[in-house]
Design a protein around this ligand. Structure first.
Ligand code: THU
Length: 135
């Protein structure tokens, strides 16, 4: 796999494609498959605000649409458009969406300034609801 800081930089570069005319906050995500392939996503806002989608779910949609189901890491970079990233941790909906297909111990790298903070998915979403509850 790429080294972690390179992955964070990919997420940060993706921010330039963010469509965020309402919040002015651009977010990019770089999701890595278990084979090391990388899928990018950005936030895509909408005049009907709830129709917008976050960068993390946008990356997940791209990867699953390409037939990928197994993931090993995600990097996220977000902040005011054109400025350095300010530690945008995934929102609750994105944590839940990622938890469907990603391992609990998967690293979640969150860009902040020139560096990044590292979490695991389960540290961000403890006691998650999962498909075992539907048995
Ligand atoms: N956003 C993301 O893309 N990912 C997150 O996990 C948090 C928030 C986006 C949604 C909206 O377009 C903007 O950031 C401000 O909330």
């Amino acid at each position: 796999m790429q080294d972690k800081i390179s992955l964070v930089k990919l997420a940060d570069e993706a921010r330039k494609n963010s469509y965020c005319p309402y919040s002015g906050m651009s977010v990019g995500a770089a999701l890595v498959t278990d084979e090391g392939e990388i899928f990018l996503g950005v936030n895509i806002e909408n005049a009907s605000f709830p129709c917008g989608i976050c960068a993390e779910r946008s990356a997940l949609a791209a990867a699953v649409s390409a037939g990928k189901r197994r993931f090993s890491a995600i990097a996220v970079s977000g902040g005011r458009m054109g400025e350095a990233p300010t530690g945008f941790t995934p929102c609750g909906a994105c944590r839940q969406a990622l938890s469907e297909l990603c391992p609990a111990d998967m690293p979640v790298l969150v860009a902040r300034g020139e560096g990044f903070d590292e979490y695991t998915l389960s540290s961000l979403l403890p006691y998650s609801f999962d498909k075992s509850r539907l048995d």
